[in-house]
Design a protein around this ligand. Sequence first.
Ligand code: ADE
Ligand code: ZN
Length: 343
Amino acid sequence: MTPEQFVAGLPKAELHMHIEGSIEPDLFLRLARRNDVAIRWDSEDALRAAYHFEDLQDFLDLYYDGCRVLVQACDFHDVTYAYLARAHADRVTHAEMFLGPQGHTSRGVPLATVMEGVLAAMAAAQTDLGITSGLIVVAQRHRSQDEALALLEALQPWYDRLLGFGLGGAEVGNPPSKFAEFFRRCRDRGFKAVAHAGEEGPAAYVREAVELLQVQRLDHGNACLDDPDLVGMLAQRRIPLTVCPLSNLKLRVVSSMSRHPLKQLMDAGLCVTVNSDDPSFFGGYVNENYLACQRALGLGLDELAGLARNSFEAAFIPAGQRQSSLASIDAWLAQARGAQACT
Ligand code: ADE
Ligand code: ZN
């Protein structure tokens, strides 16, 4: 069995992707036409050619501008369903997705339009495909904490269908400490807490996310390697990292895949997971991320299976689903080993 075949059939959870970052060029053009939104590009190739970024902010400028094509509930439905169907094809059995409502409500799109479109697609994908999913609302960190608090209040009608809250957007200059009260209230209301930290920002931001925001998972977290004591604490407390290798390459967090710190993070004993972040912009869905690491870092089948195991350990799912998902990984690994023994 080739690594490609192994990864294709490996059951996995995806825990770090932004719904708005999964609009494929063909859907993007269709939505722009559907809503009569003027855009700078007239073809899929022209769009793809624009996907070259200097850094996170350069990407975010294009990403927020692209959100203008999302206007009606059916638009939010279509992009969410398309992602879940694509993830299902990568043998993702459970996905936890980020949504940034402030990027839509600030343009005058009602919150109900955003939420109802996304939530309906999640329910439909579970019925049609069997994929389970959860929704994590991210506050934009370049905005104020008061705006994040207003978002938390406005989301009350959907609390029973929300998994948790997170923090995304421009990291440097917007430390986790800016949102300490927001996260305290999210936790008080029983929500899971995650935050992007240590993508472009320093190890000190990763520490703040853990100590001040008390997050249960770190999104990216790469920079923790600069602080050995912090690494020890993350390993000891089993605080997972949702690492996004192709994103790190495209946003120049790393200069090449062979220099990606994934293996170092794994070897430090951390609960590392592999994810796609914004797959339509960064050149690959979750399986492409596994394979890019496998090729550049020489990961074996056990290590790939370990990453998938971590994804279910880190997922916010019931114990029964975790157990059955881990068992399905073991079964697939045994099948792959049997196939190898015969060749
Ligand atoms: N929003 C979408 N993609 C992001 C990333 N890679 N970092 C921070 N915020 C984001
Ligand atoms: Zn992200």
